[in-house]
Design a protein around this ligand. Structure first.
Ligand code: TGC
Ligand code: FAD
Length: 407
């Protein structure tokens, strides 16, 4: 048989790739993973997409939906025990992707709840912390936040000024935390503070479980955001906030405590950002196939096709990266630098995809009638939080050169 005949018959027997899953990545998932993905996709279609533009415009997160997210098993879903679903890392990633295809605010809510606040308690808390908070947080009956960043210490949290001074059997916290997702709606805050030098634990960073309503603890929402508007972002204020010594997370000290939680949330973003990118690609593809200029759909122009093809390439490459890192994580073989690889690449490429999609929609692309500019603006935050692209570049730079270029 000639080479030509062979490749022709091959072509005839292989289905044409789909514009929506070009590499057939769906086939690399197992039934449980597909079920979780499809369940979250339906939730987003039915409960998020009909209202998200309004929530974004109103600068609000629909707090009552925490319970629905809990009922779906999405809060702390990759943790074991204490009412958590105990899914694989890949299943968690797929849920993040589908949520962020709705809006980054929903993925952020789930990331902060499960990967930051719940994970901090799950990995570093006492048995009493776990029993008190995790089942309620998994159910969506209690909302958590995670206070690491301060106004003057973002990329460099090791410089934090919030202190915890030992006073008899208590700790007294003073300072403030900035840009804290869920802060204003949280029932419990995980606050990282430097334990005062008088206590023998000179200057060590420790985590504290601070329930809402504790005297000396207040919050103030950050207004006028043009990104992540369907998410609450707040300042946490600690003024002589007195806590019993048992409020301290007993099982970790130093910056590695909060950074260990960031690994979990960053992993969710590796997948999540692609959800925003997918939504923009699909919106742009559909628009290009129906928008007629110069007598034909703009999808028929070479320049538009190049944009759509580049989007499709990066989404598929990003998904393979996310899936590979997820499989490594499920095997206990994912290094923190692998997560930085995924966070840097997938957020950077997803933001580029959203911006390119916006150009395809022309003027229509600047309104909330389409999801594109909302996703694009959201990803500006995603590029910055959980380690900026520069921070992840330097983490990877150090991993491959052995040289620390942070300071
Ligand atoms: P460095 O000296 O490198 O490390 C200090 C200690 O931490 C350990 N470590 C880690 N441990 C676990 N996971 C990681 N990824 C870790 N990276 C470092 C390290 O081994 C060391 O441990 P030990 O026991 O030897 O003391 O620390 P550094 O001060 O030089 O800083 C390193 C740097 C810049 C990478 C780190 O500070 C960093 O990642 N900065 C970025 C800050 C950041 O990502 N903030 C995010 C705040 S939370 C957030 O944004 C939530 S948004 C949520 C949403 O809405 O979705
Ligand atoms: P900076 O650290 O001041 O950085 C400014 C610029 O300088 C960036 O481009 C940065 O990459 C660059 N830069 C800094 N250092 C270096 C260096 N060594 N080399 C090269 N370039 C450098 N934090 C929390 O603790 N909890 C939360 O829930 C939370 N939620 C957030 C929600 C939103 C919507 C946003 C926007 C932020 C949130 N953050 C949260 C804070 C977030 O983690 C920080 O914004 C982020 O870590 C960056 O800090 P910064 O904004 O102070 O920027």
């Amino acid at each position: 048989m000639s080479t030509t005949a062979s490749s022709d018959s091959h072509r005839a027997s292989v289905p044409a790739p789909s514009a929506h899953d070009f590499l057939g990545i769906d086939a690399l998932l197992n039934d449980d993973e597909r079920l979780i993905r499809d369940t979250v996709r339906k939730f987003v279609r039915d409960r998020v997409l009909p209202n998200i533009a309004q929530w974004f415009e109103d600068h609000t997160f629909p707090q009552a939906m925490a319970k629905e997210l809990g009922d779906l098993g999405l809060l702390g879903m990759h943790l074991q025990g204490y009412g958590c679903a105990g899914t694989s890392a890949v299943a968690y990633g797929l849920a993040c992707l589908e949520l962020e295809a709705g809006d980054s605010g929903f993925r952020s809510f789930v990331s902060v709840q499960g990967s930051l606040a719940m994970y901090a308690i799950w990995a570093h808390g006492s048995e009493e912390h776990k029993q008190t908070w995790l089942p309620r947080m998994a159910a969506g009956d209690a909302i958590g936040c995670f206070g690491l960043t301060e106004w003057d210490f973002g990329s460099d949290p090791g410089g934090m000024r919030t202190t915890a001074r030992r006073d008899g059997s208590d700790y007294v916290l003073n300072g403030s935390k900035a840009w804290i997702t869920n802060g204003g709606i949280a029932d419990v805050a995980i606050v990282w503070a430097r334990v005062d030098a008088d206590n023998g634990a000179s200057g060590t960073i420790r985590g504290f479980v601070v329930p809402k309503g504790t005297k000396g603890f207040s919050t103030r929402n950050i207004e006028k955001k043009l990104s992540l508007r369907a998410s609450i972002t707040s300042e946490l204020i600690l003024e002589d906030c007195r806590l019993p010594a048992e409020a301290m997370l007993p099982n970790v000290s130093g910056l590695r405590g909060p950074l260990s939680c960031l690994n979990e949330a960053r992993y969710g973003i590796v997948w999540g950002a692609l959800g925003a990118a997918r939504a923009c690609y699909e919106s742009a593809l559909q628009y290009a196939q129906t928008r007629v200029q110069f007598g034909k759909p703009i999808a028929g122009f070479q320049l538009t096709q190049e944009k759509l093809v580049n989007m499709m390439l990066e989404i598929n490459k990003g998904l393979l990266t996310a899936l590979h890192i997820g499989r490594l994580k499920d095997q206990g073989r994912a290094h923190t630098a692998h997560v930085s690889f995924g966070k840097l690449n997938n957020v950077r490429e997803s933001l580029a995809i959203c911006r390119e999609a916006r150009t395809i929609l022309g003027a229509s692309g600047i309104t909330l009638e389409y999801p594109v500019i909302r996703h694009m603006n959201n990803l500006e935050s995603v590029l910055t939080y959980e380690g900026t692209s520069e921070v992840h570049t330097l983490i990877l730079g150090q991993a491959i050169t052995g040289e620390n270029a942070f300071s």
